[in-house]
Ligand binder design. Structure first.
Ligand SMILES: [Mg+2]
Length: 223
């Protein structure tokens, strides 16, 4: 599936690719609406408060989807008036590798490739996730889209990235769970792209019609 002999650069997404998206899904889809239900809708019975809070917060999520704000802890701190990083630290027991990601990182480290974590996550989140998992110890570098100034799904991301990294798109593999990121990367000339079909290990695998996809990394590790 992967033509490893044609790969010098391996770009790896973090959340939903190396790490279990369960943390993020739980945080944004459950914990944040619960916090806001208690604060802003306490006059309602709790189940109605949760519904009202969900509707309000999902609308805010949608309004910035696909932009850097969507991934910015500072933006959500201000917009929701919640201590996002403090709450994230309280939830850090949910941060974990997805299936065999750590074994894959160990294997990759022994290959002669440049391995780069390329994430839309805010640097604060990257730092927290490294503190819990140690994932930066396995890679040559990590770049947050906040440094590049565009999210990965924006076509301007890829030319801007080339100012940070001397990579050759013809010899690059990108693994990401976000299909719109993969589309943009493929259009920008990234030679090999691979999708993750089960970003959240507590949910079912998704159908990925447009890209080659894997559930676990052992499917692409060469003996
Ligand atoms: Mg992801």
């Amino acid at each position: 599936m992967i033509r490893w002999e044609h790969v010098d650069w391996v770009f790896l997404d973090m959340d939903g690719t190396l790490l279990d998206l369960h943390f993020d899904n739980h945080f944004w889809l459950h914990l944040v609406p619960e916090q806001l239900a208690r604060r802003d809708f306490s006059h309602l019975p709790f189940d109605q408060a949760i519904d009202a809070s969900r509707a309000a917060v999902y609308e805010r999520y949608q309004s910035v989807q696909g932009t850097l704000d969507w991934y910015s802890t500072e933006y959500w701190d201000q917009t929701l008036q919640l201590p996002i990083m403090e709450l994230s630290q309280q939830q850090q027991h949910r941060i974990r590798y997805r299936f065999d990601s750590e074994a894959f990182l160990q294997w990759l480290k022994q290959q002669n490739k440049q391995v780069v974590i390329l994430t839309n996550a805010h640097p604060d989140n990257l730092h927290l996730k490294h503190q819990v998992t140690g994932l930066l110890d396995y890679v040559d570098m990590a770049i947050s889209a906040h440094q590049v100034k565009y999210p990965k799904e924006n076509p301007l991301f890829w030319p801007a990235l080339s100012q940070h990294l001397p990579f050759d798109p013809n010899r690059t593999l990108l693994i990401d769970d976000n299909e719109s990121v993969l589309s943009t990367a493929a259009a920008a000339g990234i030679a090999q792209v691979l999708c993750i079909s089960q970003p959240d290990t507590t949910q079912q695998s998704r159908m990925i019609p447009d890209f080659p996809a894997i559930t676990c990394f052992h499917e692409i590790i060469q003996p």
